[in-house]
Design a protein around this ligand. Sequence first.
Ligand code: ZN
Ligand code: ZN
Length: 459
Amino acid sequence: MRFAKMTLKELTAPGGYSCSCGRRHCCEIRYLDISRGAIRNLPEMLRTLGSKKPFLFGDRNTFEAAGKAAEKVLDEAGIPYVSYVLPMDRPKPGEWETGSVVMHFDPSCDLLLAVGSGVINDIGKVVSHATGVPNAVIGTAPSMDGYASNSSSMEVNKVKVTLYNHAPSGILLDTEILAKAPMRMLQAGFGDMIAKYIAICEWQISNIAAGEYYCEEVAEMMREALRKVTAGADSIPVRDPDAIGAIAEGLVLAGIAMAYAQISRPASGLEHYFSHMWEMMALERDEPYDLHGIQVGVGTVLTLRLYRHIRALKPSREKAEAHMRAFREEDWEKEVKRVFGKTAPEVLEIEKTAHKNDPKEHALRLTRILDNWDRMLEIMDKELPDPDWIQEKMRLIGEPMLPSDLGISEQDTLDAFTASRDIRAKYLTSTLLWDLGEMEDFKQILHEELEALAKEAAK
Ligand SMILES: [Zn+2]
Ligand SMILES: [Zn+2]
């Protein structure tokens, strides 16, 4: 079976599919519509989901963009509903906003209908999980891949956490509405999509180095989505609904891919960890941070530029073993405490299951890496685009490419790179470099790439 050639309807078929990887893949989405004028199909979505009275919620911007249009469609169809607009323009994914939606929820409603994109949809997932009321979403921007995913990215006690709940049962994305989203959100969607090049590459590297599960069919589905998104990229600045629709479809496919694989691998690699780290640093300092996809786009440029050097690398067992012998647990702990501040204890705890600093585990991984280096190079050649080519597209869209464009310092970027291997028990490109004893050299390379990027931008 070929997921890459299937329609969205086929991909979301109840029951799912048995796959050549040995697993059965399915997702929880029961209604999915990405098209021009899709908002008029809202009554059909409600019928499919068995909803007689939805509870619409969003913020001031998202209600302006799609909430009012949704109410009009419901009024015309004679469908009762209750609406609640959060009293702000850009709500945070925090306790206050989530609590506010819960307090205004009308228990006579049978569906939580989020009107918005990242944050609003994530709040819907959390409230649905807590109340048992099903949730669906009317999207307002193709800005991130969380529409179809089963997780939400929330701030709990000022710490960014991923909460696993469940994906919305219904997703309605009207490409004419999405095309009117702020340009920054379209850029963010493009940024979150191009990350998939690295995600698919790194997934296979982890499969080799750490023995992680991998599904080629799911990977191919993401490659196909990337082809469509990059083919339409030139029409993003003129807000062509079909080009914007390709981004929306790619982002929803990423969510389906994650549900199929039951891990975030098909959609997220080291580039996402730059973003996670920058977010954690901002939260620690009580500073604002940029849209997820904007940060991820910058992380993608940095990671692709690092891969240019990885592809030229001649791995050395001596260098890797000397690095492991020189490793001092106390120094590593000190470094984790410096970078992570109050979240350091949780980060240190992760090592107990990750074993990334354990010499025995390191020796096993190192042998697998050295024995399979040619295969890894083939994967990098096949999966990764030339960074110049991607940057050209980003330039056309006006998308930020440098951490300094987002007000992020070089020190924070270097710290984000080296500490990325510590925040989850996940095998990343940075873990690979650490295993090869190349971390210090690549910190220097990253510094030089940042300088080169700044020079390019100044031209
Ligand atoms: Zn599979
Ligand atoms: Zn993402």
